[in-house]
Design a protein around this ligand. Structure first.
Ligand SMILES: O=C(O)C(=O)C[C@]1(C(=O)O)C=C[C@@H](O)C=C1
Length: 271
């Protein structure tokens, strides 16, 4: 199985991809420099992509949710991993700090103490590489685990804002025509998109009432702007249960009368 993920090597995405890979017989890992390219690798270059979808503090990774609206992929699994960062530097007074765009938000308290520009990178490994190449006084926000392989002149350990920082990753593949039957002993989650093509007062309330009426428990609800007009949103929803469960089927049949629904997949609940 070919698994695409965010690189270069050393990212949290690599850790998550390896954990998914361990559940398979064999796998090969391939790295892509940005999340959009990781997802584009399916199906020609890779069978599965592993991407971050939500951080416990920063919320959803919006480029990933937005990409599902443009090109729905099938979510086949999820898992969470602990995320801890250090600030490393080649000089006691860095003049700039390299930080991945999601990592920056998770280390805001520490970074706020530096009155220097933050240079956003596509991955944590890219931040580390740019620091290693820099001839000027610079620093980078890097994963704690990268300190095992690299040494730096100046290190501030554990700069993450929250002690229990975690990021949830999903494994996705090209959508398959056939749905697999649920295993009765497995607890599932289902991810779906409600595409807002007929905005009207009370639209979200109506959808939520349908889920409540069928006792479908939502575990995530995110509105993302459609990019067409202010006030128009798509909804990314996760709920407990399998798409083949009668309650979820009935709820989605009703919602589909008003809006387009795209089921992204039903997969075992991750720890
Ligand atoms: O750059 C990395 O190490 C990643 O795997 C990406 C990513 C993300 O985009 O959420 C993964 C985990 C952390 O939340 C920060 C960065």
């Amino acid at each position: 199985m070919r698994i695409a993920t965010l690189g270069p090597a050393g990212t949290f995405s690599e850790l998550a991809a390896c954990e998914f890979g361990r559940q398979l017989d064999t796998y090969t890992l391939q790295f892509h420099p940005a999340l959009a390219q990781v997802l584009k690798a399916i199906p020609q270059q890779a069978d599965i992509a592993v991407v971050p979808i939500e951080n416990i503090v920063e919320g959803v990774v919006s480029p990933v949710i937005d990409s599902f609206v443009k090109r729905p992929l099938e979510i086949i699994g999820e898992l969470s991993i602990p995320v801890r960062f250090s600030l490393v530097a080649n000089h006691p007074e860095p003049q700039k700090i390299y930080a991945q765009f999601v990592a920056q938000g998770q280390c805001s308290e520490c970074l706020g103490q530096y009155a220097v520009p933050i240079m956003n990178t596509a991955s944590n490994s890219e931040a580390l590489q740019l620091l290693q190449q820099s001839r000027e006084p610079a620093a980078a926000v890097v994963p704690e685990h990268s300190l095992k392989q690299h040494s730096f002149a100046h290190v501030i350990h554990d700069i993450t804002d929250y002690a229990h920082n975690e990021t949830r990753f999903v494994a996705v593949r090209e959508t398959q025509a056939v749905t697999t039957e649920p295993d009765p002993d497995t607890a599932y989650k289902t991810s779906l998109l409600i595409i807002d093509d007929t905005d009207h007062p009370g639209l979200l309330v109506e959808h939520l009432q349908v889920f409540a009426a069928y006792r479908v428990n939502l575990t995530s609800l995110v509105s993302r702007p459609t990019g067409h007009r202010f006030g128009h949103y798509h909804f990314y929803i996760e709920c407990e249960g399998h798409r083949e469960d009668s309650a979820i089927r009935a709820a989605l049949t009703l919602i589909e009368l008003r809006n387009k629904v795209v089921v992204l997949g039903s997969y075992p609940r991750g720890g």
